[in-house]
Design a protein around this ligand. Structure first.
Ligand code: WT7
Length: 660
């Protein structure tokens, strides 16, 4: 594990604005403390009350939590419900039928609006179409779609019939898609003809076709294609179907299939420090409950809000805070196909103004790149846009540095809107540590306090709680409803990754370092303590990138580390040993370009290393272990002052210093 340092900085505190707390769902620390005390006193009773009050159950549960087979916890185990019913039908019953559910703005600005009634009909039609293709409860459906209303329809339609969806981010390569399809034994793949991104066309269907010819995908019976651009694509008769054609003839109602509370709602792959990406399996009831509650608590959602989460549905944020949470909460939300810098870096601010967005949720990396753009080009400065509709801002995905936080607060929030810095993970299903905007005084750079019912601690390597003020490992002491249930097909890996025996076997290990403030108990996340990188809020295992590099015919060995980057948070730096002589100058540049392209094909463009450095060898100890600590210093451009006496081959350090 890396060094865990403790940090102490003098940073201002931002009190909750009165106007905000007056109307807030959690109006003040008194309400927060009361909820925490309730959870502390009767943990199961607390969750049972919330689950009864927030979800519609087809069959009520009698037991909230079953810990008999820990860490394979079961929540609300004997209850039954349907997630799509809770997101759609319930809104028709409560008078939200004609309310806008999604306003979708395409890359070119074209707007599509669907009401809850229309979304319900679309989901029902498509659910019927899936059934007509033989998809049934428990089947896995892989969704490889661009940001679109159809993406949400596909997810909701799976949930409606009890099929398990797995969304693969549209930026992933054919190989990454193939691995996920094969791991799941999926029966159906839903994709689009093409994807639009910043005015450019990306060929999704042809990548999907390629994935299906790579082997291991024989379980796929049909490919359903959403027509986005209408350009010509390859077509395989009998296998391929147009989404609009198979939906058109279907009835616009479809019974929502009640499933067990623990029925997997979806599997979403994420990176770990070792091995292949892990299929994180989430439940139906616990997951949906937390999606709903955090919409109310962290986002303080109100009927008149216009909510915009800028994440992609290919990541957990797009699942919880686009496809499920806002719908379960009956909110109106904005969905965006494009990128924040197209047609210019004022796009976010312009859209906030155009749609009168009141709650805006994005990633620190996006904010940092827009700060840079606004500095360079006065035309896209936020002050040029009407941002008065905003009342709450949020961030997610990586630590937000206090300067960026303060820029966001001042320039976007006019010093008026609270910022919720939400710490959570693919595995946690929803927010874990985050301010409650009507209660929690804010400290830039801190995600503040655990949400009610979340028992977070900072512990040492043996699982012992550390005193406040000293940095350690972030752990969660009790199971919570929306936690990961298992890794698809690999329960042992689930146990070892998240409930390591070294920590006693009953603490959930987040993989992050944290420090809890001595004075106010606020948490600050200090970053990953494993070999996982966070590049522009995208999570990647160093080993995955190393495996991709060594799969190249010329590469003998590779080691990947992260280095700090002003815009992307971390940047990928790869150290490569070739099977032939170490290249120099122009040849090295050429090869570095080839390797970047190769990694893009193996995983996806987001995994392309920023720096590539060649050497005759990697710095290793005499027992052959790569000294990553040294590589991290080299990546930063530091001169090595550390002790290198255990190093087998010190001369290598100089050679590896130069980036291509
Ligand atoms: C990792 C999880 C949560 C959805 C998006 C990312 C980092 C996430 C914060 C935050 C500091 C954060 C952690 C975490 N992270 N949010 N507010 N402050 N770090 O989900 O891909 O599963 O990544 O992102 O390192 O472990 P993910």
């Amino acid at each position: 594990m890396h060094d865990i340092k403790s940090m102490k900085r003098e940073i201002p505190v931002f009190e909750v604005p009165d106007a905000f707390s007056k109307r807030a769902t959690i109006a003040g620390m008194g309400v927060y403390n009361a909820l925490c005390a309730e959870a502390e006193k009767d943990y199961e009773g607390f969750w049972a009350r919330l689950a009864r009050g927030n979800l519609f159950w087809s069959r009520p549960f009698t037991q909230a939590l079953d810990e008999s087979n820990a860490p394979f916890y079961r929540w609300f185990g004997d209850g039954q419900l349907n997630a799509s019913y809770n997101c759609l039908d319930r809104n028709l019953q409560t008078g939200n039928g004609d309310k806008a559910a999604i306003l979708f703005e395409a890359d070119d600005g074209a707007l599509t609006r669907v009401t809850y009634r229309e979304l319900h009909a679309k989901v029902c039609r498509f659910a019927n179409a899936l059934k007509s293709l033989g998809v049934s409860g428990g089947d896995r459906v892989v969704i490889y779609l661009p940001m679109s209303i159809e993406g949400v329809v596909a997810m909701q339609a799976c949930a409606r019939i009890g099929a398990i969806h797995s969304v693969v981010f549209g930026g992933f390569s054919a190989k990454a898609l193939q691995e996920r399809i094969a791991d799941l034994g999926a029966v159906l793949l839903i994709t689009a003809d093409e994807q639009m991104r910043a005015g450019k066309v990306l060929p999704l269907k042809s990548i999907a076709d390629e994935a299906l010819t790579m082997g291991g995908c024989e379980s796929v019976r049909h490919v359903v294609v959403y027509r986005r651009t209408g350009n010509r694509i390859e077509w395989i008769e009998n296998r391929d179907r147009w989404m609009h054609e198979i939906s058109a003839s279907q009835p616009e109602t479809c019974e929502a299939e009640p499933v067990d509370a623990e029925h997997p709602l979806f599997v979403l792959y994420t990176s770990g420090s070792t091995g292949r990406p892990k299929g994180v399996q989430h439940s139906t009831a616990g997951y949906l409950l937390w999606a709903m509650l955090t919409m109310q608590w962290t986002f303080d959602i109100k009927p008149e809000d216009v909510f915009w989460c800028t994440a992609d549905i290919g990541w957990i944020t797009g699942h919880t805070y686009i496809a499920y949470g806002p719908l379960a909460a009956g909110a109106t939300q904005i969905m965006f196909e494009g990128v924040p810098t197209y047609p210019n870096a004022g796009r976010f601010w312009e859209m906030i103004s155009r749609h009168r967005v009141s709650i805006f949720y994005t990633a620190p990396t996006a904010i940092r790149s827009l700060i840079k753009a606004a500095d360079a080009n006065p035309q896209v400065r936020p002050s040029r846009y009407d941002l008065t509709s905003l009342r709450l801002l949020g961030t997610v995905g990586e630590p937000i540095n206090p300067d960026t936080w303060q820029w966001y607060h001042h320039h976007i929030g006019s010093d008026r809107c609270p910022i919720v810095d939400t710490f959570w993970q693919t595995e946690t299903g929803g927010h874990m540590i985050a301010p409650l905007p009507g209660a929690t005084p804010l400290v830039p750079g801190s995600c503040t306090l655990p949400l009610p019912g979340i028992m977070a601690s900072v512990v040492d390597e043996s699982g012992q709680a550390l005193p406040d003020g000293s940095g350690g490992i972030l752990a969660i002491r009790r199971p919570w409803p929306s936690m990961i249930r298992t890794i698809w097909g690999d329960p042992e890996r689930f146990r070892q990754s998240y409930f390591p025996a070294e920590l006693g076997g009953n603490l959930y290990l987040a993989g992050d370092g944290a420090i809890r403030d001595k004075d106010n108990g606020y948490f600050t996340i200090t970053g990953r303590i494993d070999d996982v990188l966070n590049v522009s809020g995208h999570r990647m295992g160093t080993m995955e990138i190393e495996s991709a590099l060594v799969a190249h015919p010329l590469v003998a060995e590779a080691a990947v580390v992260g280095r700090a980057d002003e815009v992307t948070g971390e940047a990928i730096c790869a150290f490569v040993v070739l099977k032939r002589e170490c290249p120099l100058g122009g040849e090295a540049r050429q090869l570095a370009g080839d390797l970047r392209k190769w990694v893009g094909e193996q995983i996806g463009p987001i995994a392309k290393p920023k720096d590539i450095r060649f050497g005759d060898n990697l710095p290793k100890t005499r027992s052959g272990k790569i000294m990553r600590r040294l590589l991290r210093s080299l990546a930063k451009g530091e001169t090595i002052t550390q002790d290198v006496s255990t190093l087998e081959n010190p001369a290598i350090l100089e050679q590896l210093g130069e980036a291509f």
